[in-house]
Design a protein around this ligand. Structure first.
Ligand code: SF4
Length: 509
């Protein structure tokens, strides 16, 4: 569900909104939401709209595009409306067109625009309901989140102040129960009227306070948990101090102890005395850091007994579409569209298998057939964080009854190399993380990700989506470049697993 998080990331809507509002002196819903998280964030967002932190990167841009697409599709589920299709910053025209559509009796208005004082909002869907109207806010999430409520309350307040009789408010979000091709239930409309009414009278106070803040110098706001809640603030690098290597916040699964440990005078793991109780893995981390060496538990040898040749080293790359397009898929299902598999014999010989989908057709039948063939002689199938591969294969087995048995046989042979590293080995450069991108360069230094154009699973997923669903819109050279970068990335992961297991075996010998 990482894509859902990325899509909903408030920073994206803030970036989009404020690119349009650069010349505006007023407040928007998104600015007010930024101010509710942190007044300093609001101040920088308004006074430094060209700040590099506010410019969307590739991931943020893709998330914004996807949110736009979901909103466009949502409109078709509340049909018969008039779209206020004008540039975002044509405030006066947008207000006038909205007023005209309402006066003309439009049953639904999309992007209906309203202003109250110095606050401007655009409502995703405004629907006539009896003698009044309902406000519908479209979200790309699969449920209503607490932070959606002030977002809707701000809109409701402005709409009412602008003179409209608002009788209800809804959040229209994606529905995980929906399965392609039946998209009739793609969205769920959740009534949030009561929850919104309960906080709506706070909006004028929020606005007044933020207007005052914006008139003054940059406010002094200490860092805290609000910096990452509900969205990660884009200004973290400005506010948060650079931490020394092996700061106590890097202790594995013990982040919650950071404040306490710092209060007790422990700044880094080097400072931690032995009597400070830590979890099993964090304790190993302390030993590794303080002794400046890789700690290898004697239990590693036993754990490696599970890796019996022939071995297939497997990695998937997936897309997680908000709006499913393949039979049986739900919103945000991670569907494999690419795999790499290094098959290794007992004598060390390695054969490489790989496959990458070509276009928007269902990739699963061909991928499953190729995967089964690549793994057919393997006694052990190794993945890193194998739960992900397991879920992908189980979903494919359900969708493809003809391949169900051999796919389930792959699941039965899966072994997780991440669990082996996490439970038996710690290198000081892990920094409290067991992600392959950290573990591999630490234990197998010649296999760094630095030389790869695509070196990250989220970027790979976005690029795969671009390659498959914008296939005809890409130049041949661009397609070839993308395919080559994606194949290289996935190959690097599975070749990395081959070398990682080799390295672990060396450690016990
Ligand atoms: S990093 Fe924290 S304190 Fe700094 S602007 Fe962002 S939310 Fe505010």
């Amino acid at each position: 569900m990482f894509l859902e998080c990325a899509i909903e990331a408030g920073v994206n809507s803030l970036i989009a909104d404020d690119r349009h509002l650069k010349k505006s002196v007023g407040l928007s819903k998104s600015r007010i939401m930024a101010g509710l998280q942190c007044h300093k964030r609001l101040w920088w967002t308004v006074h430094e709209p060209a700040a590099p932190e506010l410019q969307p990167d590739e991931i943020a841009q893709a998330a914004m595009d996807r949110g736009t697409r979901v909103t466009e599709v949502a409109r078709t589920y509340v049909p018969g409306g008039i779209l206020i299709d004008l540039p975002y910053d044509s405030y006066a025209e947008r207000l006038a067109h909205t007023r005209q559509a309402i006066t003309d009796g439009a049953p639904v208005v999309y992007e209906a625009s309203f202003r109250a004082g110095n606050v401007f909002v655009a409502v995703d869907i405004l629907k006539r309901d009896g003698s009044g109207f309902r406000l519908i806010e479209v979200k790309s999430t699969t449920s209503v989140k607490d932070y959606h409520l002030p977002d809707v309350a701000i809109q409701a307040h402005v709409v009412r102040q602008d003179g409209l009789d608002l009788v209800g408010a809804e959040v229209m979000h994606l529905n995980r129960e929906c399965a392609y091709p039946n998209l009739s239930n793609l969205f769920t409309r959740s009534d949030v009227t009561a929850a919104v009414v309960a906080i709506e009278d706070r909006v004028p106070g929020w606005v007044a306070q933020q207007v005052e803040i914006l008139k003054g110098p940059v406010p002094d706001v200490p860092i805290g948990s609000h910096c990452a809640t509900p969205y990660e603030c884009p200004f973290m690098a400005r506010c948060w101090p650079t931490l020394p290597p092996h700061h106590v916040s890097t202790l594995y699964a013990m982040k919650h102890l950071t404040v306490d440990l710092e209060a007790q005078g422990y700044r880094t793991i080097y400072d931690l005395s032995e009597d400070v109780p830590l979890g099993r893995i964090a304790n190993r981390q302390r030993r590794a850091v303080q002794e400046g060496r890789t700690v290898v538990e004697p239990t590693l040898a036993r754990a490696l007994d599970a890796f019996v040749h022939p071995i297939a080293f497997l990695d998937f790359e997936t897309v997680g579409l908000a709006i499913p397009v393949w039979t049986g898929c739900h919103p945000y299902d991670a569907v494999p569209v690419q795999f790499s598999c290094h098959a290794q014999e007992a004598d060390g010989r390695v054969t490489h298998h790989e496959w990458l989908a070509e276009g928007p057709g269902d990739p699963r039948p061909v991928l499953a057939a190729r995967l089964i063939r690549a793994c057919e002689t393997a006694r052990t199938i190794v993945a890193y964080n194998a739960g992900f591969e397991r879920r992908c294969i189980e979903q494919m087995a359900e969708a493809l009854p003809n391949f169900a048995e051999p796919l389930r046989s792959i699941v039965d042979r899966l072994v997780d190399l991440l669990a082996v590293v996490r439970n038996h080995v710690y290198h000081p450069e892990f920094g409290g993380s067991f992600g392959l991108k950290i573990v591999l360069p630490a234990l197998v230094p010649e296999l760094s990700y630095d030389s790869l154009t695509i070196a990250d699973g989220v970027v790979a997923s976005l690029e795969l989506e671009r390659l498959l669903f914008n296939h005809d819109g890409l130049e041949t050279a661009e397609k070839e470049r993308l395919r080559s970068d994606l194949l290289r990335y996935c190959h690097h992961d599975t070749w990395g697993l081959v070398k990682l297991l080799e390295r672990l075996r060396e450690m016990i010998s």
